[in-house]
Write a protein that binds this ligand. Structure first.
Ligand code: NOJ
Length: 559
């Protein structure tokens, strides 16, 4: 396995709209980000992943790009962006940009031209089809509810949008479109950025003929994942992109790829494949989803979570490289989902952080995770801003007859705005995020949970993250060590070893509030091992052979 800087890096995701507002308009911006770079350097971050900052009408908060060469006005100017990049580099950090090239905004010049007439040279930049006897061309459902097709009256055809109506899908089969996108990527790389996070990159190739999806729901529109994920030409396109663009730079890439197995991921990330460095898989994010998908919420079990992560750790071993994440801007807050965001908030957030930094792969920290930020419960649907949440609420209450209370319950658990409430910097009004009115309300717990407070408290989640990040740099076994799952007390404790160049790591994580008896694996009892990190102060040695792990305790030994 080769050593690479992007394997050794810890990545921090910034959702710019919610990070730091410098001008009091209630929306985070680039100058705000610049003002917080010292904080990220202090924490030990190597790479910043910036969610989209391109010019956009914000139907989906920037994941609908209008001008791929411009900066969103609310976030600042290109000069601000250039300054930000140089300030990031000055501090020895790197910057990767979000690349949204499965779709654009419908206000993108290319789409406007494409929609102007059936004979426009841009027509084939997007996916247009005639209606099917007055109906949509097929029964695919959009991720944001309803049909994935929108009728365009002027040219009497439908265009495909896997996300909102304002996010038309590009037609990757068109070579001219591909060249246009490669040109744009090259333009950004020439500005000196250090790579890309590629939005839903395994959706760029769709099943030939765009056939109907099988009916699994009692609604006109059907989930069509197997028809637009990992399509027949996806590897061909990514290889071409690599050859024409990426291979010319020393940059990192991470593809967002829902619905991939470790075997698929090995194809995307294999070192001899010349495609991507790593992908974001979603199996562990679906551990609490039922057959009806994300909003069909089911209880999750540790054994199922372990089964999934074992599959990824072992499945990619020596064949590719894992990305590691427990939340992001689309997912609920990690501590609310997998820990306990009340009594054991600090301790369980540290336990989860231990998992994040001791699996094999590159860890991604989402803003606010490092201080243990939690989910939010707004009283009214009007307080929510996320298009996915709002569309789902409307469809569920108006068309499916699901009660308001039940839909709100689901939003409290899974809604994307859980992760998008403003970053909590201090105890002042709006958590120091803005001096104006924030675009999305701040979580009311900001007086207790904020960066300033966490910095002064040596036992905070924040200091624990800082320590983990530093340990990862000093102990290459945390990065490169092979993962070996352990079977003891599987329902409550997640434990594994890592092995590398004659060294070993033992990780034990109690995922419950109940103390757990744990039988120490052979080879650790009598050996002289050292406690590397723990979220619990007192530790009897391992020599007795059986130990008790306290509520949400995490312990890592090395020998
Ligand atoms: C995935 C992004 O992470 C999400 O925020 C967005 O809504 C969709 N892709 C569409 O771009």
């Amino acid at each position: 396995m080769s050593k690479q800087w992007w394997k050794e890096s810890v990545i921090y995701q910034i959702y710019p709209r919610s990070f730091a507002d410098s001008n009091g308009d209630g929306i985070g911006d680039l100058k705000g980000i610049i003002s917080k770079l010292d904080y990220l350097e202090w924490l030990g971050i190597d790479v910043i992943w910036l969610s989209p900052v391109y010019d956009s009408p914000n139907d989906d908060n920037g994941y609908d790009i209008r001008d791929y060469y411009g900066i969103m006005k609310e976030f600042g100017t290109m000069d601000d962006w250039e300054l930000m990049l140089s300030e990031v580099h000055k501090r020895g950090m790197k910057l990767i940009m979000d690349l949204v090239i499965n779709h654009s905004s419908d206000e993108c010049e290319w789409f406007v031209k494409s929609a102007s007439s059936k004979t426009s040279p841009y027509r084939d930049y997007y996916i247009w089809r005639p209606g099917n006897g007055g109906q949509e061309p097929n029964n695919w459902e959009s991720h944001f509810s309803g049909s994935a097709w929108k009728y365009h009256e002027e040219t009497d055809e439908y265009f495909l949008h896997l996300f909102s109506k304002k996010q038309p899908d590009f037609n990757w089969e068109n070579e001219a479109l591909r060249s246009e996108l490669y040109k744009m990527m090259t333009w950004w790389l020439d500005k000196g950025i250090d790579g890309f996070r590629m939005d839903v990159i395994n959706m760029i190739s769709k099943a030939e003929g765009l056939p109907d999806a099988a009916e699994v729901r009692d609604t006109p529109y059907q989930p069509a994942g197997d028809l637009f994920l990992n399509g027949p030409r996806v590897h061909e396109y990514i290889k071409e992109m690599n050859e024409q663009v990426l291979s010319k730079y020393d940059v990192m890439t991470v593809g967002e790829t829902p619905g991939v197995t470790p075997d698929d991921a090995a194809l995307f990330t294999g070192e001899d494949r010349n495609e991507l460095n790593m992908v974001f898989q979603f199996d562990h994010m679906d551990v609490d989803s039922g057959p009806g998908g994300k909003w069909d919420i089911q209880p999750w079990t540790l054994s199922e979570l372990r089964r999934i992560l074992d599959g990824w750790q072992l499945g990619l071993e020596g064949r590719g490289w894992n990305s590691l994440y427990l939340n992001n801007h689309d997912q609920p807050r990690m501590v609310s989902r997998f820990g306990d965001d009340k009594e054991y908030r600090v301790k369980s957030a540290k336990m989860l952080a231990t998992l994040l930094h001791t699996l094999q792969g590159t860890p991604y920290i989402y803003q606010g995770e490092e201080i243990g930020m939690t989910n939010v419960e707004f009283d009214s649907i009007d307080d929510y801003r996320d298009i996915e949440t709002l569309n789902m609420y409307k469809e569920a209450t108006e068309e499916r007859g699901i009660s308001h209370d039940e839909v709100m319950r689901r939003i409290y658990i899974k809604g994307r705005d859980n992760a998008r409430t403003p970053m909590q910097w201090n105890q002042t009004k709006h958590a120091g995020f803005t001096t104006g009115e924030p675009w999305l309300a701040v979580n009311q717990n900001y007086e207790e949970i904020n960066v300033e407070e966490a910095k002064t408290d040596k036992n905070s989640v924040l200091h624990y993250y800082k320590k983990l990040i530093a340990l990862r740099k000093e102990n290459p076994i945390m990065i490169y060590g092979a993962y070996r799952p352990l079977d003891e007390n599987k329902e409550a404790v997640y434990s594994y070893e890592r092995e590398w160049e004659g060294k070993k790591l033992l990780v034990m994580l109690n995922f419950t509030a109940t103390p757990q008896v744990y039988k120490v694996p052979p080879g650790w009892m009598k050996s002289s091992c050292e406690l590397l990190i723990s979220n619990e102060a007192i530790h009897p040695s391992l020599e007795d052979g059986t130990i008790e792990l306290s509520s949400y305790e995490a312990r890592v030994y090395v020998k």
